[in-house]
Design a protein around this ligand. Structure first.
Ligand code: SF4
Length: 373
C-alpha cells in the first residue's frame, strides 16, 4: 500500500511537496501555494488520508452538542451573514437566562449533551454581567457540560461595551465558567478581504491577538477558515500560515475547521459579489490541504456537516478530516441561509460515520474520546 502510495505521489506534479510531508517535514507558505494551485486533488487527498490514518486509525469523532445562538442583534453587518438583525428590528431576539437554562435542561435530558456552543451577534446592549451570570448558572446546574463559547470578535465587542481590555474580559469569562473558544470570526485573515466582506469586524491581527491572549490564559480554541468569497489562493495560504505561526508559539489551537461560504440570502449575494457556494470538490481540497499543512501542529480537522452536508462530511473523512463536528441541535446562523437542515442527533451522526466505513466515537470539547460506538 505504502509502495503504491509512493508510486502515485512520485508521478504527481506536487510529488516532492507531498513526499516531504510524508517524511515528517513541516511545509511552508510556498508549498501551500503550490498545493492550492494544483488540480491533483486525488493525490493531495490520498496523502491527507494517510496522515489522518497515522494519527487516528479508523476512528472518526463527534461531540454531543447544542448550539445556543443567544442573540441575533448585531451592529457589525457582515455582508456574508444572513443571521443578524439590527437593534430594534422586529425579528431581533436576545435569550434570557431562564430560556437558556430551559433549552439546556431539555437538551441534557433528551440528548445527553456534553457541550454548549454559545455564540451570537455583536449586541451592544449586553454587558459582561449577562455572560458571567449565564455561564455561572450553567456551571451551577450542569458542571460537567463544557462551555465552548464566544468568538474572538464577540470578546472584542464585550471589551468595547465594558471599555476594558480583551484579556481582562477573557479572564473574567474564564472565571465564570468559559472552557474553550470557537474559532469563528477569522473568515480569511487578510484585511483587504475583510474590508469587503466584513468591514466593521475585528482585523486579522486583532483576531490573532485575542486567540493568543486566550491561549496564554489556558483557554484552548479552534480556528476556522471561511473560504469562497473574494479571497485568492494566496490569501488562503497566508491564512493557514498565520494560524500555524501562532500555533508554534502557543499550542492553543485544538482543531481547524475550513468551511465554504453559503451566499444564500446574504448581502454578498444581493450585491452579486458571490453568487454561488464553491462546492464539494473545493471543500475536499481545503480539508486535505489543511490536514497536510497542519500535520504535526494541529491534530484535528473537522469535516463540518453543518455547512457542507452529510454526504460531503462523509467524503471529507477520506480527505483528511477526523472529526464530524457536533450534533448542533438548535443552530440558527447557518439555518438563516435556508441552505439545509441544521439538526442532527448523535444517532444520525454515528450512523453516517459508520456508513462511511469508520468507527464512531463521542468526544468531549478537548477531543478526548468518552465513548466508542
Ligand atoms: S457574522 Fe456575526 S458579527 Fe457578522 S453580522 Fe453576523 S452575527 Fe454579526
Amino acid at each position: 500500500m505504502q509502495n503504491s502510495l509512493s508510486c502515485i505521489v512520485s508521478k504527481s506534479e506536487i510529488g516532492d511537496i507531498l513526499n516531504n510531508v510524508l517524511e515528517g517535514e513541516r511545509l511552508n507558505l510556498h508549498n501551500c501555494k503550490e498545493l492550492l494551485k494544483s488540480d491533483d486533488v486525488y493525490t493531495i487527498g490520498l496523502v491527507a488520508n494517510t496522515l489522518r490514518k497515522t494519527l487516528f486509525g479508523n476512528t472518526a469523532t463527534f461531540i454531543n452538542n447544542i448550539i445556543l445562538n443567544y442573540t441575533n442583534v448585531c451592529v457589525t453587518y457582515c455582508k456574508f451573514c444572513a443571521f443578524y438583525r439590527p437593534p430594534g428590528h422586529t425579528e431581533s431576539y436576545t435569550h434570557n437566562i431562564k430560556d437558556i437554562l430551559k433549552r439546556i435542561t431539555l437538551s441534557k435530558e433528551m440528548f445527553g449533551i456534553t457541550q454548549i456552543l454559545f455564540q451570537g451577534g455583536h449586541n451592544p446592549n449586553l454587558s459582561i454581567e449577562y455572560y458571567e451570570e449565564i455561564f455561572k448558572e450553567i456551571k451551577k446546574f450542569y458542571p460537567s457540560i463544557a462551555i465552548h463559547g464566544l468568538s474572538a470578535s464577540e470578546i472584542d465587542m464585550i471589551s468595547k461595551v465594558e471599555r476594558s481590555s480583551t484579556k481582562e474580559i477573557l479572564s473574567r469569562l474564564q472565571d465564570a465558567g468559559l472552557n474553550s473558544l470557537p474559532g469563528a470570526g477569522a473568515e480569511i485573515l487578510d484585511d483587504k478581504v475583510k474590508s469587503v466582506i466584513s468591514p466593521l469586524k475585528i482585523k486579522s491581527n486583532q483576531w490573532l491577538n485575542i486567540m493568543k491572549e486566550a491561549h496564554e490564559l489556558g483557554i484552548k480554541s479552534s480556528a476556522t477558515m471561511m473560504y469562497g468569497t473574494v479571497e485568492t489562493d494566496d490569501d488562503i495560504a497566508q491564512h493557514i500560515i498565520k494560524i500555524s505561526d501562532l500555533q508554534e508559539k502557543t499550542n492553543g489551537f485544538i482543531a481547524f475547521i475550513p468551511w465554504g461560504f453559503e451566499p444564500n440570502k446574504t448581502q454578498m449575494q444581493t450585491e452579486g459579489i458571490a453568487k454561488y457556494s464553491s462546492g464539494g470538490l473545493r471543500l475536499l481540497k481545503m480539508i486535505a490541504i489543511s490536514r497536510i499543512m497542519f500535520y504535526g501542529l494541529i491534530s484535528h480537522i473537522q469535516s463540518s456537516w453543518l455547512t457542507n452536508g452529510i454526504g460531503m462530511a462523509q467524503l471529507a473523512l477520506y480527505f483528511g478530516a477526523d472529526d464530524f463536528g457536533g450534533t448542533l441541535i438548535g443552530e440558527e446562523v447557518v439555518s438563516a441561509t435556508g441552505a439545509r437542515s441544521t439538526e442532527l442527533t448523535s444517532t444520525n451522526i454515528i450512523e453516517s460515520i459508520k456508513q462511511a466505513g469508520f468507527s464512531a466515537a463521542e468526544r468531549d470539547n478537548f477531543y478526548n474520546i468518552i465513548k466508542n460506538f
